[in-house]
Design a protein around this ligand. Structure first.
Ligand SMILES: *Cc1c(COP(=O)(O)O)cnc(C)c1O
Length: 378
Protein backbone atom coordinates (compact mmCIF):
# COMPACT_ATOMS: atom_id res chain seq x y z
CA UNK A 1 0.00 0.00 0.00
CA UNK A 2 1.08 3.57 -0.65
CA UNK A 3 1.49 6.08 2.17
CA UNK A 4 -1.92 7.79 1.87
CA UNK A 5 -3.66 4.40 2.06
CA UNK A 6 -1.48 3.23 4.96
CA UNK A 7 -2.61 6.28 6.94
CA UNK A 8 -6.09 4.72 6.94
CA UNK A 9 -5.57 0.99 6.53
CA UNK A 10 -2.11 0.01 7.80
CA UNK A 11 -3.55 -2.07 10.63
CA UNK A 12 -7.04 -3.06 9.56
CA UNK A 13 -6.69 -6.58 10.92
CA UNK A 14 -6.69 -5.18 14.45
CA UNK A 15 -10.38 -4.28 14.38
CA UNK A 16 -13.07 -5.40 16.77
CA UNK A 17 -15.75 -8.05 16.62
CA UNK A 18 -18.45 -5.50 15.70
CA UNK A 19 -16.77 -4.48 12.49
CA UNK A 20 -16.43 -0.78 13.25
CA UNK A 21 -14.76 1.28 10.52
CA UNK A 22 -12.75 3.32 13.02
CA UNK A 23 -10.76 1.88 15.90
CA UNK A 24 -12.90 1.95 19.04
CA UNK A 25 -11.50 3.47 22.21
CA UNK A 26 -10.72 0.54 24.48
CA UNK A 27 -10.94 2.36 27.80
CA UNK A 28 -9.57 -0.46 29.92
CA UNK A 29 -6.75 -0.74 32.42
CA UNK A 30 -6.65 -4.53 32.60
CA UNK A 31 -7.77 -7.66 30.74
CA UNK A 32 -8.99 -11.08 31.86
CA UNK A 33 -6.58 -14.02 31.63
CA UNK A 34 -7.51 -17.01 29.47
CA UNK A 35 -6.20 -19.63 31.88
CA UNK A 36 -3.67 -20.00 34.65
CA UNK A 37 -0.46 -18.52 33.31
CA UNK A 38 -2.10 -17.70 29.96
CA UNK A 39 -2.71 -13.98 29.57
CA UNK A 40 -4.86 -12.58 26.75
CA UNK A 41 -3.13 -10.72 23.94
CA UNK A 42 -3.45 -7.71 26.22
CA UNK A 43 -2.93 -8.01 29.96
CA UNK A 44 -2.47 -4.52 31.38
CA UNK A 45 -2.68 -1.19 29.53
CA UNK A 46 0.69 0.15 30.60
CA UNK A 47 2.21 -2.72 28.61
CA UNK A 48 -0.25 -2.68 25.73
CA UNK A 49 -3.79 -1.72 24.85
CA UNK A 50 -5.81 -2.51 21.67
CA UNK A 51 -6.41 1.13 20.71
CA UNK A 52 -2.78 1.98 21.30
CA UNK A 53 -1.56 -1.11 19.45
CA UNK A 54 -3.50 -0.01 16.40
CA UNK A 55 -1.94 3.45 16.50
CA UNK A 56 1.55 2.05 17.11
CA UNK A 57 1.26 -0.40 14.24
CA UNK A 58 0.14 2.44 11.98
CA UNK A 59 3.06 4.70 12.96
CA UNK A 60 5.51 1.84 12.58
CA UNK A 61 4.17 1.12 9.08
CA UNK A 62 4.35 4.80 8.10
CA UNK A 63 7.97 5.12 9.25
CA UNK A 64 8.92 1.67 7.99
CA UNK A 65 10.21 0.52 11.38
CA UNK A 66 10.08 -2.74 13.34
CA UNK A 67 7.91 -1.31 16.14
CA UNK A 68 6.57 1.98 17.47
CA UNK A 69 5.75 3.06 21.02
CA UNK A 70 3.13 5.71 21.77
CA UNK A 71 3.96 8.02 24.66
CA UNK A 72 2.01 10.64 26.57
CA UNK A 73 4.16 13.41 25.04
CA UNK A 74 7.12 13.92 22.76
CA UNK A 75 9.28 14.70 25.77
CA UNK A 76 8.40 11.42 27.50
CA UNK A 77 9.31 9.56 24.29
CA UNK A 78 12.71 11.27 24.09
CA UNK A 79 13.34 10.92 27.84
CA UNK A 80 12.61 7.19 27.66
CA UNK A 81 14.84 6.69 24.60
CA UNK A 82 17.68 8.40 26.47
CA UNK A 83 17.45 5.64 29.10
CA UNK A 84 19.15 3.39 26.53
CA UNK A 85 22.35 5.15 27.58
CA UNK A 86 24.21 4.90 30.87
CA UNK A 87 27.23 6.88 32.08
CA UNK A 88 29.82 7.53 30.83
CA UNK A 89 28.00 7.50 27.47
CA UNK A 90 28.67 10.51 25.25
CA UNK A 91 26.06 11.82 22.80
CA UNK A 92 26.59 14.21 19.90
CA UNK A 93 23.47 16.33 19.39
CA UNK A 94 22.31 19.15 17.13
CA UNK A 95 22.99 22.57 18.63
CA UNK A 96 19.61 23.68 17.33
CA UNK A 97 17.07 21.51 19.14
CA UNK A 98 13.60 21.85 20.53
CA UNK A 99 14.06 23.74 23.83
CA UNK A 100 12.58 20.94 25.93
CA UNK A 101 15.01 18.43 24.45
CA UNK A 102 17.93 20.72 25.28
CA UNK A 103 16.61 21.05 28.84
CA UNK A 104 16.33 17.26 29.15
CA UNK A 105 19.87 16.67 27.87
CA UNK A 106 21.51 19.44 29.87
CA UNK A 107 19.37 19.63 32.96
CA UNK A 108 18.62 15.96 33.55
CA UNK A 109 20.68 13.54 31.45
CA UNK A 110 23.94 15.44 31.99
CA UNK A 111 23.32 15.52 35.75
CA UNK A 112 22.85 11.74 35.59
CA UNK A 113 26.31 11.38 34.07
CA UNK A 114 25.81 11.39 30.31
CA UNK A 115 27.98 13.84 28.42
CA UNK A 116 27.00 15.86 25.37
CA UNK A 117 28.53 17.83 22.57
CA UNK A 118 26.18 20.19 20.76
CA UNK A 119 27.14 20.95 17.16
CA UNK A 120 25.62 21.84 13.84
CA UNK A 121 24.90 18.27 12.70
CA UNK A 122 24.74 19.56 9.12
CA UNK A 123 28.56 19.63 9.45
CA UNK A 124 29.32 15.90 9.28
CA UNK A 125 33.10 16.38 9.54
CA UNK A 126 32.62 18.27 12.79
CA UNK A 127 30.40 15.47 14.11
CA UNK A 128 33.07 12.94 13.17
CA UNK A 129 35.80 14.92 14.94
CA UNK A 130 33.89 14.78 18.24
CA UNK A 131 33.54 11.00 18.41
CA UNK A 132 35.42 9.46 21.33
CA UNK A 133 35.58 6.01 22.90
CA UNK A 134 32.43 6.65 24.96
CA UNK A 135 30.30 8.07 22.14
CA UNK A 136 27.11 6.07 21.79
CA UNK A 137 24.72 8.14 19.68
CA UNK A 138 24.06 11.06 17.37
CA UNK A 139 20.79 12.90 17.95
CA UNK A 140 19.44 15.35 15.39
CA UNK A 141 16.34 17.22 14.29
CA UNK A 142 16.08 17.93 10.61
CA UNK A 143 14.97 20.52 9.73
CA UNK A 144 15.89 21.88 13.14
CA UNK A 145 13.89 24.03 15.49
CA UNK A 146 13.80 26.99 15.00
CA UNK A 147 16.71 27.71 12.60
CA UNK A 148 15.65 25.18 9.93
CA UNK A 149 19.12 23.67 9.58
CA UNK A 150 19.06 20.56 7.44
CA UNK A 151 21.22 17.57 8.40
CA UNK A 152 22.17 14.87 5.91
CA UNK A 153 20.64 11.76 7.47
CA UNK A 154 22.45 9.31 5.16
CA UNK A 155 25.84 10.93 5.83
CA UNK A 156 25.25 10.90 9.61
CA UNK A 157 24.10 7.27 9.37
CA UNK A 158 27.34 6.30 7.62
CA UNK A 159 29.36 7.91 10.43
CA UNK A 160 27.14 6.26 13.05
CA UNK A 161 27.49 2.85 11.47
CA UNK A 162 31.28 3.13 11.10
CA UNK A 163 31.61 3.90 14.83
CA UNK A 164 28.85 1.66 16.14
CA UNK A 165 26.65 4.58 17.28
CA UNK A 166 22.89 4.89 17.21
CA UNK A 167 21.48 7.62 14.97
CA UNK A 168 18.34 9.11 16.51
CA UNK A 169 16.30 11.49 14.38
CA UNK A 170 13.48 13.71 15.64
CA UNK A 171 11.16 13.61 12.61
CA UNK A 172 8.47 15.90 14.06
CA UNK A 173 8.77 18.70 11.47
CA UNK A 174 8.39 16.69 8.28
CA UNK A 175 6.63 13.52 9.47
CA UNK A 176 7.09 10.23 7.57
CA UNK A 177 4.87 11.62 4.83
CA UNK A 178 7.76 13.80 3.67
CA UNK A 179 10.80 12.15 5.27
CA UNK A 180 11.55 8.57 6.29
CA UNK A 181 14.81 8.57 8.28
CA UNK A 182 15.02 4.75 8.35
CA UNK A 183 15.36 4.70 4.56
CA UNK A 184 18.58 6.69 5.04
CA UNK A 185 19.96 4.54 7.85
CA UNK A 186 18.63 6.08 11.08
CA UNK A 187 18.16 3.65 13.99
CA UNK A 188 15.49 5.36 16.08
CA UNK A 189 12.92 7.96 15.05
CA UNK A 190 11.20 10.10 17.67
CA UNK A 191 8.22 12.39 17.30
CA UNK A 192 6.16 14.89 19.11
CA UNK A 193 2.82 13.46 18.01
CA UNK A 194 1.31 16.63 19.46
CA UNK A 195 2.32 18.39 16.26
CA UNK A 196 1.60 17.21 12.69
CA UNK A 197 0.65 13.61 13.47
CA UNK A 198 -2.14 14.65 15.85
CA UNK A 199 -2.51 17.79 13.80
CA UNK A 200 -5.39 19.53 15.55
CA UNK A 201 -3.86 21.21 18.60
CA UNK A 202 -6.02 19.04 20.83
CA UNK A 203 -3.81 16.25 22.15
CA UNK A 204 -0.31 15.69 23.53
CA UNK A 205 1.47 12.60 22.26
CA UNK A 206 4.91 11.27 21.44
CA UNK A 207 6.45 8.34 19.57
CA UNK A 208 9.63 6.36 19.50
CA UNK A 209 10.07 4.04 16.53
CA UNK A 210 12.81 1.40 16.29
CA UNK A 211 14.26 0.22 13.00
CA UNK A 212 15.26 -3.22 14.28
CA UNK A 213 13.61 -5.86 16.46
CA UNK A 214 16.61 -5.79 18.81
CA UNK A 215 16.18 -2.08 19.48
CA UNK A 216 12.41 -2.50 19.72
CA UNK A 217 12.92 -5.06 22.48
CA UNK A 218 15.08 -2.66 24.47
CA UNK A 219 12.57 0.16 24.03
CA UNK A 220 9.67 -2.13 25.00
CA UNK A 221 11.42 -2.86 28.30
CA UNK A 222 11.95 0.84 29.03
CA UNK A 223 8.42 1.68 27.87
CA UNK A 224 6.69 -0.68 30.28
CA UNK A 225 9.09 0.26 33.06
CA UNK A 226 8.69 4.05 32.87
CA UNK A 227 5.02 3.85 31.93
CA UNK A 228 4.61 7.18 30.13
CA UNK A 229 2.07 5.52 27.84
CA UNK A 230 -0.54 7.27 25.71
CA UNK A 231 -4.09 6.93 27.04
CA UNK A 232 -6.65 5.16 24.79
CA UNK A 233 -8.72 8.24 23.98
CA UNK A 234 -5.61 10.20 23.08
CA UNK A 235 -4.56 7.32 20.82
CA UNK A 236 -7.91 7.65 19.09
CA UNK A 237 -7.38 11.38 18.54
CA UNK A 238 -3.90 10.89 17.07
CA UNK A 239 -5.13 8.06 14.86
CA UNK A 240 -7.91 10.28 13.59
CA UNK A 241 -5.39 13.00 12.86
CA UNK A 242 -3.17 10.64 10.89
CA UNK A 243 -5.99 9.79 8.49
CA UNK A 244 -5.69 13.27 6.98
CA UNK A 245 -1.92 13.72 7.43
CA UNK A 246 -1.04 13.74 3.70
CA UNK A 247 -3.70 16.24 2.67
CA UNK A 248 -2.94 18.51 5.62
CA UNK A 249 0.80 18.41 4.91
CA UNK A 250 0.35 19.20 1.24
CA UNK A 251 -1.97 22.13 1.94
CA UNK A 252 0.08 23.67 4.71
CA UNK A 253 3.35 23.20 2.81
CA UNK A 254 1.89 25.01 -0.19
CA UNK A 255 0.69 27.79 2.11
CA UNK A 256 4.11 28.00 3.77
CA UNK A 257 5.92 28.32 0.43
CA UNK A 258 3.76 31.35 -0.43
CA UNK A 259 4.17 32.96 2.97
CA UNK A 260 7.95 32.42 2.96
CA UNK A 261 8.22 34.23 -0.40
CA UNK A 262 5.97 37.02 0.86
CA UNK A 263 8.09 37.46 3.98
CA UNK A 264 11.32 37.45 2.00
CA UNK A 265 10.08 40.23 -0.26
CA UNK A 266 9.49 42.60 2.67
CA UNK A 267 11.94 45.34 3.58
CA UNK A 268 11.05 45.16 7.28
CA UNK A 269 12.07 41.49 7.48
CA UNK A 270 15.81 40.98 7.94
CA UNK A 271 16.02 37.27 7.28
CA UNK A 272 13.70 34.35 6.55
CA UNK A 273 14.60 30.78 7.54
CA UNK A 274 12.74 28.30 5.35
CA UNK A 275 14.08 24.97 4.09
CA UNK A 276 12.20 25.33 0.80
CA UNK A 277 14.24 28.27 -0.53
CA UNK A 278 16.46 27.06 -3.36
CA UNK A 279 19.35 29.08 -1.87
CA UNK A 280 18.94 27.49 1.60
CA UNK A 281 22.22 25.80 2.64
CA UNK A 282 20.42 22.48 3.02
CA UNK A 283 18.27 22.63 -0.09
CA UNK A 284 20.10 19.93 -2.05
CA UNK A 285 20.11 17.58 0.93
CA UNK A 286 16.41 18.32 1.55
CA UNK A 287 15.56 17.43 -2.03
CA UNK A 288 17.43 14.16 -1.65
CA UNK A 289 15.96 12.99 1.64
CA UNK A 290 12.52 14.62 1.78
CA UNK A 291 9.59 15.03 -0.58
CA UNK A 292 8.29 18.28 0.93
CA UNK A 293 9.39 21.23 3.03
CA UNK A 294 6.60 21.36 5.60
CA UNK A 295 4.95 24.32 7.25
CA UNK A 296 7.64 25.83 9.47
CA UNK A 297 9.16 29.25 8.82
CA UNK A 298 11.21 31.46 11.12
CA UNK A 299 12.04 35.08 10.43
CA UNK A 300 13.76 38.03 11.96
CA UNK A 301 11.71 41.20 11.95
CA UNK A 302 13.39 44.57 11.63
CA UNK A 303 12.95 45.37 15.32
CA UNK A 304 11.60 44.00 18.56
CA UNK A 305 8.84 46.61 18.37
CA UNK A 306 7.73 45.18 15.02
CA UNK A 307 7.88 41.60 16.32
CA UNK A 308 5.70 42.52 19.30
CA UNK A 309 3.35 44.46 17.04
CA UNK A 310 2.86 41.38 14.86
CA UNK A 311 2.19 39.16 17.88
CA UNK A 312 -0.38 41.60 19.24
CA UNK A 313 -2.16 42.27 15.96
CA UNK A 314 -2.53 38.89 14.27
CA UNK A 315 -6.13 37.68 14.02
CA UNK A 316 -6.08 34.58 11.81
CA UNK A 317 -2.65 33.48 13.06
CA UNK A 318 -2.78 32.92 16.78
CA UNK A 319 -0.01 33.81 19.18
CA UNK A 320 0.61 30.49 20.85
CA UNK A 321 3.33 27.97 21.50
CA UNK A 322 3.34 24.70 19.54
CA UNK A 323 3.16 23.89 15.85
CA UNK A 324 1.89 21.38 13.37
CA UNK A 325 -1.84 21.86 13.75
CA UNK A 326 -4.48 22.87 11.23
CA UNK A 327 -4.56 26.35 12.77
CA UNK A 328 -1.69 28.73 11.97
CA UNK A 329 0.33 29.77 15.01
CA UNK A 330 3.08 32.28 15.63
CA UNK A 331 5.50 32.22 18.56
CA UNK A 332 8.25 34.27 20.08
CA UNK A 333 11.00 31.66 20.73
CA UNK A 334 13.00 33.98 22.97
CA UNK A 335 10.20 34.09 25.54
CA UNK A 336 8.69 30.67 24.88
CA UNK A 337 10.30 27.54 23.45
CA UNK A 338 13.86 28.80 23.99
CA UNK A 339 13.39 30.78 27.20
CA UNK A 340 15.68 28.31 29.02
CA UNK A 341 18.59 28.70 26.58
CA UNK A 342 21.26 31.05 28.00
CA UNK A 343 21.03 34.50 26.36
CA UNK A 344 24.55 34.55 24.93
CA UNK A 345 24.06 31.20 23.26
CA UNK A 346 20.57 32.09 22.08
CA UNK A 347 21.81 35.27 20.41
CA UNK A 348 24.81 33.47 18.90
CA UNK A 349 22.35 31.11 17.26
CA UNK A 350 20.31 33.98 15.81
CA UNK A 351 17.33 33.74 18.18
CA UNK A 352 17.15 37.48 18.78
CA UNK A 353 14.46 39.66 20.34
CA UNK A 354 12.89 40.19 16.93
CA UNK A 355 12.92 36.53 15.87
CA UNK A 356 9.53 34.88 15.31
CA UNK A 357 8.56 31.32 14.37
CA UNK A 358 5.51 30.54 12.30
CA UNK A 359 3.64 27.25 12.00
CA UNK A 360 1.51 27.52 8.91
CA UNK A 361 -1.88 25.81 9.00
CA UNK A 362 -4.45 24.86 6.40
CA UNK A 363 -6.37 28.14 6.15
CA UNK A 364 -6.56 29.92 2.81
CA UNK A 365 -3.10 31.31 2.00
CA UNK A 366 -4.50 34.71 0.96
CA UNK A 367 -6.24 35.11 4.31
CA UNK A 368 -3.00 34.28 6.09
CA UNK A 369 -1.02 36.77 4.03
CA UNK A 370 -3.70 39.47 4.46
CA UNK A 371 -3.54 38.84 8.19
CA UNK A 372 0.24 39.29 8.26
CA UNK A 373 -0.03 42.35 6.03
CA UNK A 374 -2.27 44.12 8.57
CA UNK A 375 -0.27 42.82 11.54
CA UNK A 376 3.00 44.23 10.11
CA UNK A 377 1.55 47.78 10.10
CA UNK A 378 3.08 49.67 13.00
C1 LIG B 1 7.17 19.83 20.54
C2 LIG B 1 8.41 19.13 20.20
C3 LIG B 1 8.95 18.17 21.05
C4 LIG B 1 8.33 17.85 22.39
O1 LIG B 1 7.08 17.25 22.24
P1 LIG B 1 5.88 17.40 23.30
O2 LIG B 1 4.78 16.62 22.66
O3 LIG B 1 5.57 18.86 23.44
O4 LIG B 1 6.34 16.82 24.59
C5 LIG B 1 10.09 17.50 20.63
N1 LIG B 1 10.68 17.78 19.46
C6 LIG B 1 10.19 18.70 18.61
C7 LIG B 1 10.87 18.95 17.31
C8 LIG B 1 9.03 19.41 18.95
O5 LIG B 1 8.56 20.34 18.13
Amino acid sequence: MKFETLCLHADDNKKDEWGTINTPVCQAATFVHKDVGVPSEYSYSRLSNPTRAHLENTISALEGGAAAFAFSSGMSAIATVMKLFTPPAHIIASDDLYGGTLRLFRGVNAAEGLSFDFVDTADVERVKSLINKDTKAIFCETPSNPMMQVSDIAALARVAKAHNLLLIVDNTFLTPYYQKPFAFGADIVVHSGTKYLGGHNDVLAGFAVARTEALAEKLAYLYKTFGACLAPFDCFLVERGIKTLPIRMDRLSANAAKIAEWLRARKDVKKVYYAGFSDHAGYVVSKRQATGFGGMISFEAESRALAENILRKVKVFQYAESLGGVESLITFPMLQTHADVPEKERLARGITDSFLRVSVGIENADDLIDDLEQAFKL
